[in-house]
Ligand binder design. Structure first.
Ligand SMILES: NC(=O)c1ccc[n+]([C@@H]2O[C@H](COP(=O)([O-])OP(=O)(O)OC[C@H]3O[C@@H](n4cnc5c(N)ncnc54)[C@H](OP(=O)(O)O)[C@@H]3O)[C@@H](O)[C@H]2O)c1
Length: 254
Protein backbone atom coordinates (compact mmCIF):
# COMPACT_ATOMS: atom_id res chain seq x y z
CA UNK A 1 0.00 0.00 0.00
CA UNK A 2 2.90 2.41 0.82
CA UNK A 3 2.72 5.74 2.60
CA UNK A 4 -0.57 7.54 1.99
CA UNK A 5 -0.25 10.75 -0.05
CA UNK A 6 -2.89 12.72 1.81
CA UNK A 7 -3.71 12.35 5.51
CA UNK A 8 -5.91 14.20 7.97
CA UNK A 9 -4.77 13.88 11.62
CA UNK A 10 -7.04 15.22 14.34
CA UNK A 11 -5.51 16.16 17.69
CA UNK A 12 -2.26 17.00 15.92
CA UNK A 13 -1.26 19.92 18.16
CA UNK A 14 0.47 17.70 20.74
CA UNK A 15 1.36 14.19 21.86
CA UNK A 16 0.65 11.16 19.71
CA UNK A 17 -1.19 13.10 16.97
CA UNK A 18 1.67 15.58 16.57
CA UNK A 19 4.22 12.76 16.38
CA UNK A 20 2.08 10.90 13.82
CA UNK A 21 1.83 14.05 11.68
CA UNK A 22 5.62 14.53 11.78
CA UNK A 23 6.31 10.86 10.94
CA UNK A 24 3.80 10.71 8.08
CA UNK A 25 5.13 13.96 6.58
CA UNK A 26 8.70 12.62 6.93
CA UNK A 27 7.61 9.64 4.80
CA UNK A 28 6.21 11.93 2.11
CA UNK A 29 2.53 12.44 2.98
CA UNK A 30 0.82 15.83 2.73
CA UNK A 31 -0.63 16.16 6.22
CA UNK A 32 -3.62 18.22 7.29
CA UNK A 33 -3.16 18.80 11.02
CA UNK A 34 -6.29 19.66 13.00
CA UNK A 35 -6.88 20.68 16.62
CA UNK A 36 -8.10 23.72 18.58
CA UNK A 37 -4.75 25.38 19.47
CA UNK A 38 -3.60 27.42 16.46
CA UNK A 39 -0.12 28.41 17.77
CA UNK A 40 0.85 24.73 18.24
CA UNK A 41 -0.44 23.86 14.75
CA UNK A 42 1.48 26.77 13.20
CA UNK A 43 4.68 25.56 14.92
CA UNK A 44 4.09 21.98 13.76
CA UNK A 45 3.58 23.01 10.12
CA UNK A 46 6.69 25.22 10.20
CA UNK A 47 8.73 22.34 11.65
CA UNK A 48 7.50 19.95 8.94
CA UNK A 49 8.13 22.51 6.18
CA UNK A 50 11.65 23.18 7.53
CA UNK A 51 12.49 19.50 7.15
CA UNK A 52 11.19 19.42 3.58
CA UNK A 53 7.72 17.96 4.29
CA UNK A 54 4.23 19.17 3.40
CA UNK A 55 1.68 20.14 6.07
CA UNK A 56 -1.31 22.44 6.36
CA UNK A 57 -3.55 23.03 9.35
CA UNK A 58 -7.17 23.69 10.19
CA UNK A 59 -8.38 24.89 13.57
CA UNK A 60 -11.33 22.70 14.52
CA UNK A 61 -13.20 21.56 17.62
CA UNK A 62 -14.15 17.99 16.69
CA UNK A 63 -16.81 17.94 19.41
CA UNK A 64 -18.87 20.06 16.98
CA UNK A 65 -20.04 17.42 14.46
CA UNK A 66 -20.75 19.96 11.69
CA UNK A 67 -17.27 21.47 12.06
CA UNK A 68 -15.72 17.98 12.08
CA UNK A 69 -17.55 17.01 8.86
CA UNK A 70 -16.57 20.29 7.19
CA UNK A 71 -12.96 19.67 8.26
CA UNK A 72 -12.96 16.41 6.29
CA UNK A 73 -14.59 17.91 3.19
CA UNK A 74 -12.27 20.94 3.16
CA UNK A 75 -9.23 18.67 3.63
CA UNK A 76 -10.27 16.60 0.60
CA UNK A 77 -10.72 19.80 -1.45
CA UNK A 78 -7.44 21.34 -0.31
CA UNK A 79 -5.25 18.22 -0.62
CA UNK A 80 -7.00 16.93 -3.77
CA UNK A 81 -7.79 13.51 -2.23
CA UNK A 82 -8.12 11.87 1.17
CA UNK A 83 -6.10 8.66 1.49
CA UNK A 84 -6.25 8.42 5.29
CA UNK A 85 -8.09 9.94 8.23
CA UNK A 86 -6.57 9.46 11.69
CA UNK A 87 -9.14 10.28 14.34
CA UNK A 88 -6.82 10.82 17.26
CA UNK A 89 -8.17 13.85 19.17
CA UNK A 90 -9.19 12.89 22.66
CA UNK A 91 -9.11 13.82 26.31
CA UNK A 92 -8.30 11.73 29.38
CA UNK A 93 -9.01 11.98 33.05
CA UNK A 94 -9.95 9.75 35.93
CA UNK A 95 -12.65 10.32 38.53
CA UNK A 96 -13.91 7.98 41.22
CA UNK A 97 -17.48 6.96 40.37
CA UNK A 98 -18.68 8.49 43.67
CA UNK A 99 -17.68 11.92 42.29
CA UNK A 100 -18.87 11.61 38.66
CA UNK A 101 -20.95 14.41 37.22
CA UNK A 102 -22.93 14.04 34.05
CA UNK A 103 -21.61 17.24 32.41
CA UNK A 104 -17.98 16.07 32.51
CA UNK A 105 -18.92 12.58 31.34
CA UNK A 106 -20.95 14.07 28.46
CA UNK A 107 -18.07 16.36 27.51
CA UNK A 108 -15.72 13.38 27.32
CA UNK A 109 -18.25 11.47 25.19
CA UNK A 110 -18.60 14.53 22.93
CA UNK A 111 -14.85 14.62 22.25
CA UNK A 112 -13.74 10.98 22.48
CA UNK A 113 -16.77 9.36 20.86
CA UNK A 114 -18.74 11.90 18.78
CA UNK A 115 -15.55 13.83 17.97
CA UNK A 116 -13.71 10.67 16.94
CA UNK A 117 -16.58 9.24 14.93
CA UNK A 118 -17.66 12.41 13.06
CA UNK A 119 -14.52 12.76 10.87
CA UNK A 120 -14.55 9.03 10.08
CA UNK A 121 -18.20 9.06 9.04
CA UNK A 122 -17.70 12.19 6.94
CA UNK A 123 -14.78 10.53 5.12
CA UNK A 124 -16.76 7.41 4.10
CA UNK A 125 -18.58 8.88 1.04
CA UNK A 126 -15.36 10.51 -0.13
CA UNK A 127 -13.42 7.24 0.15
CA UNK A 128 -16.24 5.23 -1.45
CA UNK A 129 -16.23 7.63 -4.41
CA UNK A 130 -12.44 7.43 -4.83
CA UNK A 131 -12.62 3.62 -4.23
CA UNK A 132 -9.86 3.54 -1.65
CA UNK A 133 -8.89 4.96 1.72
CA UNK A 134 -7.99 4.10 5.28
CA UNK A 135 -9.90 5.08 8.40
CA UNK A 136 -7.90 5.03 11.62
CA UNK A 137 -9.13 5.61 15.15
CA UNK A 138 -6.86 6.09 18.16
CA UNK A 139 -8.65 4.19 20.87
CA UNK A 140 -6.79 2.66 23.85
CA UNK A 141 -5.92 -0.60 25.59
CA UNK A 142 -8.12 0.95 28.31
CA UNK A 143 -11.14 0.18 26.13
CA UNK A 144 -10.65 -3.55 26.53
CA UNK A 145 -11.96 -3.87 30.06
CA UNK A 146 -13.15 -1.61 32.90
CA UNK A 147 -10.56 -0.05 35.20
CA UNK A 148 -11.19 1.67 38.54
CA UNK A 149 -11.84 5.47 38.43
CA UNK A 150 -12.01 5.43 34.63
CA UNK A 151 -15.70 4.78 33.89
CA UNK A 152 -16.05 7.56 31.31
CA UNK A 153 -12.67 7.18 29.59
CA UNK A 154 -12.87 3.37 29.36
CA UNK A 155 -16.42 3.54 28.02
CA UNK A 156 -15.51 6.10 25.32
CA UNK A 157 -12.62 3.97 24.11
CA UNK A 158 -14.67 0.74 24.16
CA UNK A 159 -17.33 2.55 22.09
CA UNK A 160 -14.78 3.75 19.55
CA UNK A 161 -13.17 0.30 19.20
CA UNK A 162 -16.54 -1.38 18.64
CA UNK A 163 -17.52 1.29 16.11
CA UNK A 164 -14.27 0.76 14.19
CA UNK A 165 -14.74 -3.02 14.14
CA UNK A 166 -18.12 -2.68 12.41
CA UNK A 167 -16.73 -0.09 9.98
CA UNK A 168 -14.12 -2.66 9.01
CA UNK A 169 -16.73 -5.38 8.45
CA UNK A 170 -18.92 -3.12 6.32
CA UNK A 171 -16.31 -1.22 4.33
CA UNK A 172 -13.60 -3.79 3.65
CA UNK A 173 -15.42 -5.19 0.57
CA UNK A 174 -15.47 -1.65 -0.88
CA UNK A 175 -11.69 -1.35 -0.51
CA UNK A 176 -11.70 0.93 2.54
CA UNK A 177 -9.34 -0.23 5.26
CA UNK A 178 -10.09 0.36 8.94
CA UNK A 179 -7.53 0.22 11.74
CA UNK A 180 -7.99 0.57 15.50
CA UNK A 181 -4.88 1.91 17.27
CA UNK A 182 -4.79 0.85 20.92
CA UNK A 183 -1.90 2.45 22.82
CA UNK A 184 -0.83 1.69 26.36
CA UNK A 185 0.86 4.56 28.21
CA UNK A 186 2.52 7.30 26.15
CA UNK A 187 4.24 10.32 27.71
CA UNK A 188 2.05 13.23 26.57
CA UNK A 189 0.21 16.20 28.11
CA UNK A 190 -2.64 13.78 28.83
CA UNK A 191 -0.59 11.40 30.98
CA UNK A 192 1.56 14.14 32.57
CA UNK A 193 -1.29 14.67 35.06
CA UNK A 194 -1.36 11.01 36.15
CA UNK A 195 -0.15 10.37 39.67
CA UNK A 196 -0.15 6.58 39.36
CA UNK A 197 2.61 4.36 38.00
CA UNK A 198 2.55 3.96 34.20
CA UNK A 199 4.46 0.79 33.28
CA UNK A 200 6.20 0.41 29.90
CA UNK A 201 5.52 4.06 28.99
CA UNK A 202 6.62 5.05 25.45
CA UNK A 203 7.54 8.41 23.94
CA UNK A 204 5.11 9.80 21.32
CA UNK A 205 7.86 9.46 18.69
CA UNK A 206 8.35 5.75 19.43
CA UNK A 207 4.58 5.24 19.33
CA UNK A 208 4.24 7.13 16.02
CA UNK A 209 7.02 5.16 14.30
CA UNK A 210 5.53 1.87 15.53
CA UNK A 211 2.04 2.85 14.30
CA UNK A 212 3.06 4.26 10.90
CA UNK A 213 5.25 1.19 10.19
CA UNK A 214 2.19 -1.00 10.67
CA UNK A 215 -0.47 1.23 9.06
CA UNK A 216 0.97 0.36 5.66
CA UNK A 217 -0.31 -3.21 6.12
CA UNK A 218 -3.70 -1.94 7.39
CA UNK A 219 -4.13 -4.43 10.26
CA UNK A 220 -7.39 -4.49 12.22
CA UNK A 221 -5.65 -3.49 15.45
CA UNK A 222 -2.30 -1.88 16.26
CA UNK A 223 -1.71 -2.37 20.00
CA UNK A 224 1.37 -1.59 22.09
CA UNK A 225 3.45 -2.15 24.13
CA UNK A 226 3.47 -5.95 23.92
CA UNK A 227 3.43 -6.64 27.71
CA UNK A 228 0.31 -4.50 28.20
CA UNK A 229 -1.28 -5.84 25.03
CA UNK A 230 -0.87 -9.38 26.39
CA UNK A 231 -1.93 -8.40 29.93
CA UNK A 232 -5.13 -6.70 28.73
CA UNK A 233 -5.95 -9.64 26.43
CA UNK A 234 -5.60 -11.96 29.42
CA UNK A 235 -7.60 -9.60 31.68
CA UNK A 236 -10.59 -9.83 29.32
CA UNK A 237 -11.01 -13.48 30.30
CA UNK A 238 -10.61 -13.06 34.07
CA UNK A 239 -13.66 -13.45 36.29
CA UNK A 240 -14.94 -10.04 37.45
CA UNK A 241 -13.97 -10.58 41.10
CA UNK A 242 -10.32 -11.30 40.26
CA UNK A 243 -10.06 -8.49 37.69
CA UNK A 244 -11.66 -5.99 40.07
CA UNK A 245 -9.42 -6.99 43.01
CA UNK A 246 -6.21 -6.97 40.93
CA UNK A 247 -6.82 -3.63 39.21
CA UNK A 248 -7.85 -1.94 42.48
CA UNK A 249 -4.63 -3.19 44.10
CA UNK A 250 -2.61 -1.79 41.18
CA UNK A 251 -4.48 1.53 41.40
CA UNK A 252 -3.73 1.81 45.12
CA UNK A 253 -7.22 0.70 46.18
CA UNK A 254 -8.87 3.93 45.02
N1 LIG B 1 -1.10 9.15 26.20
C1 LIG B 1 -1.53 7.93 26.43
O1 LIG B 1 -1.01 7.22 27.31
C2 LIG B 1 -2.68 7.37 25.62
C3 LIG B 1 -2.97 6.01 25.78
C4 LIG B 1 -4.01 5.47 25.04
C5 LIG B 1 -4.72 6.26 24.15
N2 LIG B 1 -4.42 7.58 24.03
C6 LIG B 1 -5.22 8.37 23.10
O2 LIG B 1 -4.37 9.04 22.20
C7 LIG B 1 -5.02 10.21 21.73
C8 LIG B 1 -4.05 11.38 21.80
O3 LIG B 1 -3.78 11.66 23.16
P1 LIG B 1 -2.35 12.17 23.69
O4 LIG B 1 -1.93 11.25 24.74
O5 LIG B 1 -1.47 12.46 22.55
O6 LIG B 1 -2.78 13.50 24.46
P2 LIG B 1 -2.54 15.04 24.19
O7 LIG B 1 -1.10 15.35 24.00
O8 LIG B 1 -3.29 15.75 25.26
O9 LIG B 1 -3.23 15.28 22.78
C9 LIG B 1 -4.62 15.35 22.62
C10 LIG B 1 -4.90 16.05 21.30
O10 LIG B 1 -6.31 16.09 21.09
C11 LIG B 1 -6.68 17.42 20.75
N3 LIG B 1 -8.04 17.68 21.16
C12 LIG B 1 -8.59 17.52 22.39
N4 LIG B 1 -9.88 17.91 22.38
C13 LIG B 1 -10.14 18.32 21.11
C14 LIG B 1 -11.29 18.85 20.47
N5 LIG B 1 -12.44 19.04 21.13
N6 LIG B 1 -11.21 19.16 19.16
C15 LIG B 1 -10.05 18.99 18.48
N7 LIG B 1 -8.93 18.50 19.03
C16 LIG B 1 -8.98 18.19 20.35
C17 LIG B 1 -5.66 18.30 21.47
O11 LIG B 1 -5.51 19.54 20.81
P3 LIG B 1 -6.16 20.93 21.24
O12 LIG B 1 -6.16 21.00 22.72
O13 LIG B 1 -5.24 21.91 20.56
O14 LIG B 1 -7.52 20.94 20.63
C18 LIG B 1 -4.39 17.48 21.29
O15 LIG B 1 -3.81 17.76 20.03
C19 LIG B 1 -6.27 10.38 22.57
O16 LIG B 1 -7.40 9.93 21.86
C20 LIG B 1 -6.00 9.47 23.76
O17 LIG B 1 -7.18 9.01 24.36
C21 LIG B 1 -3.41 8.15 24.74
Amino acid sequence: MGTPKTVLVTGASSGIGRALAVELARRGAHVMAAARREPELTKLCAEIAASGGKASFTVCDVADPKAAAELVRSTDRELGSLDMVISNAGVGGSTHSARLDVESVSRMIDINVRGAIAPLVAAIPIMLAQKHGQLVGVSSLAGRRALPTAAAYNATKAALSTFLETLRMDLDPAGIKVTDVQPGFVSTDMTAKNEFRMPFIWTPEKAATFVVDRLERAPRIIAFPLPLDLLTRFARHLPYAIHSWATRQLAGNR
